[in-house]
Design a protein around this ligand. Structure first.
Ligand code: CO
Length: 155
């Protein structure tokens, strides 16, 4: 395994609408994407961009790590039970990019890490899988294949 770019940090929330207000008004986020349902995972998702470089650096603003707001859709159990333990929401997972999702899965499994299910299409439209937090220092870890184009940065 070769550590890739931190694509996003997943934050569970009981209300994406309320979280958008928080990231806009308290944190000063200026690029908040349109929320959408990711039916296959039973969640509504909204990405909030953080700039790639500090304000005033003169460098490009795009390409920074994102916050992924995750709200359970009806029938969801995993995020819903997380919110039972953390009613106000909270940090849920971290997502790193890899060039080849199947190679990464094989590498984690070879190290005895529990990969949760088969690679499937994630919120950015590329294949993802999760690794069990008990094998990852307590952090639920999402591994995501890097998009072939940069469309995920501008949608
Ligand atoms: Co995620």
């Amino acid at each position: 395994m070769k550590l890739g770019r931190l694509n996003h940090i997943g934050v569970a929330t009981p209300s994406i609408a309320d979280s958008i207000v928080f990231y806009r008004d308290v944190m000063g986020a200026t690029k908040i994407h349109e929320p959408f349902d990711l039916e296959s995972q039973g969640v509504k998702v909204c990405f909030v961009d953080t700039p790639a470089h500090s304000t005033g650096s003169g460098l490009s603003d795009s390409g920074g790590t994102q916050i992924e707001l995750v709200e359970p859709l009806p029938g969801n159990t995993s995020i819903a039970s997380f919110l039972e333990k953390n009613p106000a929401g909270g940090q849920h997972h971290m997502c790193y990019e890899v060039p080849d999702i199947h190679a990464a899965k094989a590498e984690f499994e070879a190290m005895g890490k529990r990969v949760l299910g088969e690679p499937r299409i994630g919120a950015h439209g590329t294949l993802i899988f999760f690794v069990h937090p008990r094998d990852m220092g307590g952090v639920l870890t999402e591994i995501m294949e890097t998009p072939k184009d940069e469309a995920h940065l501008s949608n």
